[in-house]
Ligand binder design. Structure first.
Ligand SMILES: [Zn+2]
Length: 132
């Protein structure tokens, strides 16, 4: 993201980005302008947040039962002493790591999108205090 006022390149924190989605201004580190996102950009950011949250939920839904199943299977294999094939527990663990990796990759959206921020005071619906 870049400041629309001084072109300073901003790296908003998660909290700042979340503020922007909720139309709360953030402060430019360099010129101290209160910055907001254009409505179109705000929707793009909102969408990124929502898809990130959706993948996070999906990850929990997949990984939770998978690990329980893996744990139960491992206990069963150890206690009974029989395995469908040699190295079965290792395969379970391996698949678990692969799943976790795929989900983490899907959840991490590192595509750069250049959001242009503009000053709060430049919004048409913002009124500058006139001199009295
Ligand atoms: Zn600035």
């Amino acid at each position: 993201m870049s400041c629309g006022h001084c072109n300073f390149s901003l790296k908003p924190t998660y909290q700042q980005a979340s503020n922007l989605v909720q139309q709360q201004p953030i402060r430019c580190d360099q010129c101290s302008s209160n910055l907001l996102l254009d409505e179109a950009d705000r929707q793009v950011l909102d969408h990124k947040f929502k898809s990130g949250a959706r993948i996070g939920k999906l990850a929990v839904m997949i990984m939770g039962p998978y690990f329980l199943l893996g744990l139960a299977t491992s206990i069963h294999v150890i206690s009974v002493g029989s395995s469908p094939f040699p190295g079965f527990p290792a395969v379970l663990v391996g698949v678990g790591f692969a799943l976790a990796y795929v989900l983490k990759t899907a959840a991490t959206d590192d595509a750069e999108y250049d959001f242009a921020l503009f000053r709060n005071g430049e919004r048409p619906d913002e009124t500058q205090a006139p001199d009295h």
